[in-house]
Design a protein around this ligand. Structure first.
Ligand code: ADP
Ligand code: MG
Length: 398
């Protein structure tokens, strides 16, 4: 689960992380109070969406101007103008895709005078199974580009969770950023407070880009991106309360209600598969035969007919879907349960696109019989290769 920048900064502040003062604006009426509270003279008006690259993004609506989703305002009038140009408009950034995201909230912040910009993040490194810092002197840039073009400018080190964060980690971070004296001391304190926040709140990722040194010699987190480990959210009702469903894909929200592992993608072939590995392989083979998957979906091992029906409805409701591939290897999951779920869903919502079904494993004969006697226009397939070729051909010929 992701949260907004202003929420992330409020969480980090509780742990002693240095952030700028700011006020969230949720509706146009909030602007005057926000301006009065901060006082200026320099403000930064920041669009709040669950995507990065806002500063360099642009709005879809021409009246919002070509300027980005983060703007420096030198007067209260400018603040009002910018808020007016951002609120309710659609911001397109490198991370939102072409459709962009609607800006429903703004964060008004004190303007900082930036001397230098750095990059710092914390995430769980799967290779070492430890929380790891990723640090770079190249702040304010896309870290993927830095990793590609100048990997030597990225320093990573992990923290043993058994002993926790130690002073030497702070010295390591300071050294990676070339800091000494008082700035190194501030970097040390920052290392500890970021780590403590990361662990205490079960974060999956914590990214500060940029981390700055202000002209008056203070280290400040100017941006903050936080995502939580969804499996641990039950331990953090206060964090769960920060969820903003308007930022999430409605199909994924629906899927989460049915406990389905569903991820929306940009292709044209809807996939219903059991098992994450088989679902990945199914997406790969769709690509191999020249098309693109519209989603990842693992219905799970012990799915019921109701769950399968819900999954099928989510797939068919997606206007991008031009064909559906059901690929089931029955083990604990029985092929007849899948067949019944598919038929129940089709009876309910209809079927306007080609459907290829490949069943194998437990109760396969029964499953096939249920489908063939249903009168539905289903294209049967014998194996995965056959199934992928058939659905790709059906979509291309449609
Ligand atoms: P994004 O990463 O989505 O583009 P950021 O919060 O990093 O958004 O803002 C983009 C840029 O705007 C930053 O790299 C920084 O240079 C500038 N900026 C952001 N917040 C402030 C602030 N409070 N004061 C001054 N400049 C800021
Ligand atoms: Mg940023």
């Amino acid at each position: 689960m992701n949260i907004h920048e202003y929420q992330a900064k409020a969480v980090l502040k509780e742990f002693g992380v240095p952030v700028s003062r700011g006020v969230a604006i949720l509706k146009p009426d909030d602007v005057d109070a926000a301006i009065a509270e901060l006082g200026g003279p320099v403000f930064v008006v920041k669009s709040q969406i669950h995507a990065g690259g806002r500063g360099k993004g642009h709005f879809k609506e021409p009246e919002a101007g070509e300027k980005g989703g983060v703007r420096v305002a030198k007067s209260p009038e400018d603040v009002k103008t910018y808020v007016d140009q951002m609120l309710g408009r659609t911001l397109v950034t490198v991370q939102t895709g072409a459709a962009g995201k609607q800006v429903n909230r703004i964060y008004l912040e004190d303007g900082a005078e930036i001397d230098r910009e750095f990059y710092v993040s914390l995430l769980v490194d799967r290779a070492s199974s430890r929380p790891s810092f990723v640090v770079s002197t190249e702040g304010g840039m896309n870290i993927e580009d830095v990793a590609h073009d100048t990997p030597e400018k990225i320093v990573t080190f992990s923290v043993d969770p058994a002993t926790g964060v130690q002073p030497h980690h702070g010295r390591r971070l300071a050294a990676a950023l070339g800091l000494s004296g008082d700035l190194a001391k501030q970097a040390g304190a920052l290392t500890t407070s970021l780590y403590n926040a990361f662990i205490a709140k079960d974060m999956a990722m914590l990214e500060i880009n940029p981390l700055i040194i202000s002209k008056d010699g203070r280290i400040v987190c100017l941006d903050a991106k936080v995502s939580f480990d969804s499996n641990a959210l039950y331990r953090h009702p206060d964090m769960f309360a920060l969820r903003d469903e308007t930022e999430e894909d409605p199909k994924e929200i629906e899927a989460s209600k049915h406990d389905l592992n569903y991820i929306s993608l940009s292709g044209e072939i809807g996939c219903m598969v059991n098992g994450a590995g088989l679902a990945m392989a199914t997406m790969d083979i769709i690509k191999l035969y020249g098309s693109e998957p519209a989603n990842f979906l693992d219905v799970g091992g012990g799915a019921t007919k109701e769950k399968v029906t819900a999954a099928f409805k989510i797939i068919t409701a997606d206007p991008q879907v031009k064909g559906i591939l059901v690929n089931i290897f029955g083990g604990i999951m029985k092929c007849d349960v899948i067949a019944e779920g598919v038929i129940a869903a089709v009876k309910d919502v209809g079927l306007t696109v080609p459907l290829v079904v490949r069943l194998e494993g437990t109760n396969v004969e029964l499953g096939k019989k249920i489908i063939s006697s249903s009168g539905l226009n289903v294209i049967p397939a014998d194996d995965l290769d056959d199934a992928a070729q058939k659905i790709v051909a059906a979509v291309k010929n449609a």
